[in-house]
Design a protein around this ligand. Structure first.
Ligand SMILES: NC(=O)C1=CN([C@@H]2O[C@H](COP(=O)(O)OP(=O)(O)OC[C@H]3O[C@@H](n4cnc5c(N)ncnc54)[C@H](OP(=O)(O)O)[C@@H]3O)[C@@H](O)[C@H]2O)C=CC1
Ligand SMILES: O=C(O)C1=N[C@H](C(=O)O)C[C@H](O)C1
Length: 257
């Protein structure tokens, strides 16, 4: 089997640096390009890559993915900032490139994962399963203070999954008598309250709280080191080449969905 050639966008950043090292150390993968701020994304600069991994910033990640697809390269995306509209534009782009459907031989794949950490993927999966059984649900995410976006992509993904499960079970929003001080109640993500903490010393952590009369379930995951994301990133690179179309969430690759 020939090696999968990999380009990393945001290669000088916290995640990009770790990803370059992980790819270089991985069997069957070859790092062919490190791109960062100011580098154009094109067939030339991607240097023969089969897969481009994006760990940049929310404001540029979508444009990067379109450029990667135009270069005929699969994309793995860890950057946050995606919503229904940006994901739909990627789906439309993939359909344009493969007009007879996304399943054809050699068709391109895009895998967007809000979190590559196994503990986080499992926490999100367990939360989605638990959501229908509890009257109240809230999400707390805790991160390092250099993070530029809030709430985290993981917390948004978690809250959206909880909201879907609650809606399917016929549950409304969590009970809440707040009349004043709404600014202290966190962001509203699909009707689920999400709270963001930024604290020196933290990396990436999430707590999902569920409550019923007289009982509580807390699901917590902690990424103490960015090394925890690397097995998921490598799995995504190896999977995306045979996963045409758009996949959102590593849970689908891990068969947890
Ligand atoms: N899915 C997951 O498991 C994880 C996702 N993330 C997400 O990944 C993203 C990156 O996080 P992190 O590595 O901590 O952030 P960093 O700020 O450390 O890295 C981002 C890098 O992207 C560079 N950059 C900015 N603009 C461009 C551009 N137009 N083209 C190429 N590179 C660019 C930055 O350069 P400069 O600083 O010079 O602007 C920087 O080197 C965030 O959205 C974060 O939330 C993080 C951890 C895990
Ligand atoms: O910026 C980070 O650090 C992280 N970003 C992702 C997110 O917003 O969910 C994943 C993880 O939480 C680390």
């Amino acid at each position: 089997m020939t090696d999968i050639k990999v380009a990393v966008l945001g290669a000088a950043g916290r995640m990009g640096t770790q990803t370059c090292a992980a790819v270089e150390a991985a069997e069957g993968l070859e790092l062919v390009a490190r791109l960062d701020h100011g580098d154009p994304v094109s067939r030339d600069t991607l240097a023969g890559a089969d897969v481009a991994v994006d760990f940049t910033v929310p404001s540029v990640t979508e444009a990067n993915v379109h450029a990667v697809l135009d270069a005929g390269v699969h994309a793995v995306v860890g950057t946050t900032g995606w919503d229904d509209e940006s994901r739909a534009r990627v789906t439309a782009h993939l359909a344009e490139l493969s007009p007879r459907g996304t399943g054809g031989q050699g068709a391109l794949g895009v895998l967007i994962a809000p979190n590559f950490g196994l503990s986080a993927v499992l926490a999100m999966t367990f939360a989605a399963k638990a959501a229908r059984y509890f009257e109240s649900a809230e999400v707390v995410e805790l991160h390092h203070p250099n993070k530029v976006d809030a709430p985290s992509g993981t917390a948004r993904h978690t809250a959206a999954a909880i909201a879907t499960a609650r809606a399917e079970a016929g549950l409304g929003t969590s009970p809440d008598a707040t009349e004043v001080g709404w600014e202290a109640r966190g962001a509203d993500v699909d009707g689920v309250r999400v709270h963001a903490v930024r604290l020196r010393g933290l990396v990436a952590h999430e707590e999902i709280l569920f409550g019923n009369e007289g009982e509580q379930l807390v699901i917590r995951q902690d990424s103490f080191d960015r090394a925890s994301f690397m097995p998921g990133v490598l799995l995504a690179i190896r999977s995306v080449v045979s996963r045409p179309g758009l996949t959102v969430g590593l849970e689908h690759v891990l068969d947890l969905s």
